[in-house]
Design a protein around this ligand. Structure first.
Ligand code: ASP
Length: 317
């Protein structure tokens, strides 16, 4: 039987410190996506509701909490995908605190488009209606994109006390949804990596790498060292595993997902890899490589039709 399910992540990392704000953000995002699904909202709207909440929270490296590039600027990437093959994403976005809302606005039926953010796209949002500007978290200046937590971390990095001081509490965000009809939806939103090269693009907005959905197989969202998620083709291996289990209408076992993550981590040691997944059949699952933790939240129905959920910052078992 196919049942609805939601899983979201708040990134992978070696985090210390208070997990309260991370878990609170994950819970609110999970409630938003699940509530929207229950009300019959399209899957991409349900997952964008969750992503927007996480993008607003400065503890996550997405939207308002995004890290800074080599020029000290926030530049965001976000892509949404439907399991029918449609996708819509933007890379290197400036002055938008909820990048997923820009992708959702442009996510017309049949859309298959990844776009680099340009001055013309920025000007179009500068001239948009006040309601839309509010919805997507438009801000007038670059400085308004830098969250207080991020500004403090940036100062510590400059003064060389990053190791001892404040650390990121969480990272990139992603959400995967399976609706009551078994359709798959996925979205990933990120500020990228600290000090990234100007114009750098990681895995997060790339279809088949950081984000993927296929109604016949399920959906996934990845997080971690973007260059190495791309180079390892981690998500491609997971998609292949999803194909294998879908033929027998089985779920993807946590062990298989973990094995793929471990293989990527073995090939590129020292890098971090995390992945969430909802297969076409069966339960949501996630995996993270051995040294790191994944901020994760999921809600689904068990074999007896009872709702269950898990929320936390979880290390590899
Ligand atoms: N994968 C993201 C990137 O490389 C960063 C992350 O997930 O932490 O842009």
């Amino acid at each position: 039987m196919i049942t609805p399910a939601v899983i979201l992540h708040g990134g992978v990392g070696l985090w210390k410190g208070d997990r309260g704000p991370v878990e609170a953000g994950l819970r609110r995002a999970l409630d938003a996506a699940w509530g929207a699904l229950k009300l019959g909202a399209p899957g991409e709207e349900a997952l964008t509701a969750a992503l927007s909440i996480l993008e607003d929270e400065q503890v996550f490296n997405a939207g308002f909490g995004s890290c800074l590039n080599e020029l000290g600027q926030v530049r965001c990437d976000a892509t949404l995908m439907r399991g029918n093959g449609d996708f819509c994403g933007f890379m290197n976005m400036a002055r938008i605190r909820r990048p997923s809302q820009i992708a959702l606005r442009d996510f017309a039926p049949g859309q298959k488009l990844l776009r680099v953010w340009t001055d013309a796209l920025m000007t179009a949002v500068d001239k948009a209606s006040p309601d839309f500007k509010k919805l997507c978290g438009w801000v007038a200046s670059e400085d308004e994109m830098i969250a207080p937590h991020v500004a403090t971390m940036a100062k510590q990095r400059l003064s060389g006390v990053a190791q001892a001081g404040l650390k990121p509490l969480a990272d990139t965000v992603g959400c995967v949804v399976r609706d009551a009809e078994g359709r798959a939806f996925s979205g990933t939103s990120t500020g990228g990596i600290w000090g990234k090269r100007e114009g750098r693009v990681g895995d997060a907005p790339i279809v088949g790498a950081g984000v993927f959905a296929d109604d016949a197989l399920g959906g996934l969202s990845a997080t971690g060292s973007g260059e190495f998620i791309l180079a390892s083709a981690l998500s491609a291996y997971v998609i292949s595993a999803l194909r294998a289990v879908s033929l027998s209408k089985a779920g993807l076992s946590q062990a298989v997902l973990q094995q793929e993550v471990d293989l990527a981590a073995k090939r590129f040691s020292g890098e971090c890899f995390g992945l969430i997944c909802i297969p076409k059949y069966g339960q949501p699952c996630f995996a993270v490589n051995s040294d790191d933790s994944l901020a994760v939240a999921l809600r689904a129905l068990d074999g007896s039709g009872h709702e269950y959920q898990q929320v936390g910052v979880i290390a590899r078992k």
